[in-house]
Write a protein that binds this ligand. Structure first.
Ligand SMILES: [Zn+2]
Length: 307
């Protein structure tokens, strides 16, 4: 059976995937947990702003968004499908649980077997009682400088479910930390490294730990580009150049990780569109070739997402 990418609108051939944002949120709500009014996306006035940006991305060769919002983060499969239909953007939805402090009660209450079954159901049947299927596990996360026992439980459930479905796994590393420890869980569970992608590595100043998981065979995401308050894009570019020098062009993927309405272009932020407005030009100015940029934006996501 040939490998396919599983979008909310249905299965698609990997070759039909063009430029891809590997770690985004477009329908999302952490406003109650964070206690603010800006951590909500995809509703009312933000919906129009997001659809406008998606259309501009499409004009610049981007046709796929990997939507990392999962259970407990305001995931809404039907809304994602509607946005996908309205904009013609491929949207790949995630299943799983984010990190401790953001988990719904079921993460502690259900057994590992029950949780793994729930995840597999999202991938194989459909999310939230619909027939809209998730296409990957993510973003599954760990806390700053630690993996809590409950987070470890989620990672192990994802490993168990992955063995049944083969769907790819995308992680959240808080400020880039714990990437080698996350790898150890996947490795000890016998997971194929080429189906794992570690998130937020552009926030991890320790390149040796990035190289360690790359050597294992996994992907890494430089997925918070444009968030200069966390780390400067200059530092992100330096990190990418070092990893490209070491030969890892087949293992790096890019995104912006928009998580607040204030990051949207229409609300005065840098927006999803900053990927082609600002970050790609920075890479080019530093000598990264078009061929390598297309690898990071197109080829690597195709390989990673198909199963
Ligand atoms: Zn994250």
């Amino acid at each position: 059976m040939s490998k396919l990418v599983h979008a909310v609108s249905g299965n698609i051939e990997p070759d039909s995937i063009n430029r891809t944002m590997i770690h985004e949120h477009i329908v999302f709500d952490l406003s109650k947990i964070r206690g603010d009014s800006v951590s909500i996306l995809g509703w009312s006035e933000t919906l129009f702003a997001i659809e406008e940006e998606l259309k501009r991305l499409l004009e610049h060769g981007f046709n796929t968004i990997v939507e990392q919002t999962n259970m407990g983060m305001g995931r809404d499969p039907e809304r994602l499908l509607r946005i996908s239909n309205e904009t013609n953007m491929n949207i790949i939805a995630g299943t799983g649980y984010y990190k401790e402090g953001f988990y719904p009660a079921e993460v502690a209450a259900l057994s590992k077997e029950q949780l793994a079954e729930k995840l597999s159901n999202d991938i194989l049947v459909g999310m939230e009682g619909t027939h809209i299927r998730a296409g990957f596990y993510g973003e599954i996360g760990s806390s700053l400088n630690e993996i809590t026992p409950l987070e470890r439980k989620v990672f192990e459930c994802v490993c168990d479910s992955h063995k049944e479905t083969g769907a790819p796994i995308s992680t959240h590393c808080e400020m880039g930390t714990m990437v080698v420890d996350q790898m150890a869980i996947f490795d000890s569970n016998g997971i194929d490294p080429s189906k794992v992608s570690f998130g937020h590595q552009d926030l991890n100043p320790d390149l040796s730990s990035q190289k360690e998981v790359l050597k294992w065979g996994a992907y890494i995401q430089y997925d918070t580009t444009g968030k200069n308050n966390y780390r400067s894009d200059d530092d992100r570019v330096k990190g990418i150049l070092t990893l490209l020098d070491a030969g890892y062009e087949d293992r790096i993927m890019l995104s912006c990780d928009i998580t607040r309405s204030t990051y949207l272009k229409a609300f005065g932020g840098h927006g999803y569109v900053s990927i082609y407005e600002k970050f790609i030009p920075m890479l080019k100015n530093n000598g990264v070739t078009d061929e390598i940029i297309e690898k990071m934006l197109v080829c690597n996501p195709r390989q990673f997402l198909a199963y």
